[in-house]
Design a protein. Structure first.
Length: 391
């Protein structure tokens, strides 16, 4: 997201570092040998890659048969994201992928499909003890242009560690049927996330994880539902203060590189003479900008899955109070090889709006759920285990 708007009002910044927790790519210590762990990891990664790419190919084939329409009900009934019902066309026979034992299909009264906890294999990392965490429910919020699909590795790892996981498609993102050009406000954009929080029980809490522009979305709902959010985790994300919008934040970023400028494509859904309605990306440049450390398989997934970013929510200034937004515990995860939001600017955000603790992912590009999924998982689990503050 930073690459799309950093060209506005560039300004040089300097920062002072605080102590941080470093996370490389090594696995947790186990009694098994390093070779066995590596073999198991590669085997599991291959399985989830094949499942995700198969789902995307089926989705693409379905769109091609139906003139690329996103407004029809999708055939992927094993989706991990929110399901958006719409009238079915006559004569179209629905297909579905065989669901794994970890996926639960949404019913007509429950629009959210969830990865529920399951016991991991004997070789897999042991599940986190139930009494070690404040809540076992994560809600993952994607960044600009992404969708729930980008979290597939994180969802798998958290589920194997016995967490419940929801990944949401924000309005106009992922498989959500809305046109991104029609999304004018933050309220519209975060509606699917609000729907999830609305359905929580009175005493139920979640851990929100926001990536990229998803950080502003998380901030928005922190103001609305502070009692339902145990912790908020910002992963290479925008982290606005009261009265700021995403555009305001990135106006402080150093001048964008030529790659950033060339990668952004403004869309004008209301005509050329009007303000932009969405921001798209030149897909030929995304590898170097967003996925410079990510596997080729994941880049292939993004090339057929990313969508434009609604521009209205980017412009909107957020009203955040100390009583609501300020009462939720915040944590930040920096990505050290990020070409979209450089680490120097991530440091600027954490210095000017300090979270409770900053974590650092070595070797991660802007998309740690692809480039460093195990290290990101370890950070998420560690944050979940930080005990509640005493009143």
């Amino acid at each position: 997201m930073g690459n799309a708007i950093a060209c506005f009002a560039p300004k040089e910044i300097t920062t002072t570092r605080r102590s941080q927790a470093d996370y490389g790519s090594s696995l947790f210590s186990r009694s098994t040998s390093k070779k066995a762990r590596k073999s198991y990891k590669e085997e599991q990664d291959a399985v989830v890659h094949e499942q995700a790419l198969a789902a995307v190919l089926l989705l693409k084939q379905y769109h091609q048969r139906n003139n690329g329409s996103l407004t029809d009900r999708l055939p992927l009934n094993c989706s991990n994201s929110v399901v958006y019902p719409s009238p079915a066309k006559s004569g179209i026979h629905k297909q579905s992928l065989t669901r794994s034992s970890t996926a639960r299909q949404a019913s007509s009264s429950d629009s959210s499909a969830t990865l529920i906890p399951r016991k991991p294999d004997q070789q897999a990392k042991q599940a986190v003890e139930i009494d070690e965490v404040e809540t076992r429910h994560f809600v993952l919020v994607h960044g600009g242009g992404f969708g729930a699909w980008c979290w597939y590795k994180t969802m798998t790892l958290l589920s194997e560690a016995m967490f419940r996981v929801d990944a949401v498609d924000l309005t106009g993102s992922g498989v959500h049927p809305s046109d991104p050009n029609s999304v004018q406000t933050m309220e519209q954009y975060v509606k699917p996330l609000v729907d999830i929080l609305d359905k929580l029980g009175d005493k139920e809490k979640v851990i929100l994880v926001g990536h990229d522009f998803g950080g502003a979305c998380v901030s928005s709902v922190m103001e609305l539902y502070p009692s339902k959010i145990a912790k908020a985790i910002f992963v290479a994300a925008s982290m606005p203060k009261n009265g700021q919008g995403v555009l305001d934040i990135f106006s402080h970023q150093e001048g964008p590189s030529d790659l950033m400028r060339r990668a952004q494509v403004f869309l004008y859904g209301n005509g050329k003479g009007q303000a932009p309605t969405a921001i798209d990306h030149d897909k030929a440049l995304l590898k170097d900008l967003l996925f410079n450390q990510s596997p080729a398989k994941d880049y292939a997934l993004t090339s057929v899955s990313m969508r434009p970013i609604p521009f209205g929510p980017v412009l909107e200034k957020l009203s955040l109070s100390e009583a609501n937004y300020g009462s939720v515990r915040r944590f930040y995860v920096e990505t050290q090889e990020d070409c979209a939001i450089p680490v120097s600017f991530q440091e600027y955000m954490t210095e000017t709006n300090p979270p409770e603790k900053v974590f650092r992912l070595k070797g991660s590009d802007h998309s740690p759920f692809f480039s460093k999924p195990q290290a990101l998982h370890r950070v998420l689990v560690e944050i979940s285990k930080i005990p509640p503050k005493r009143e």
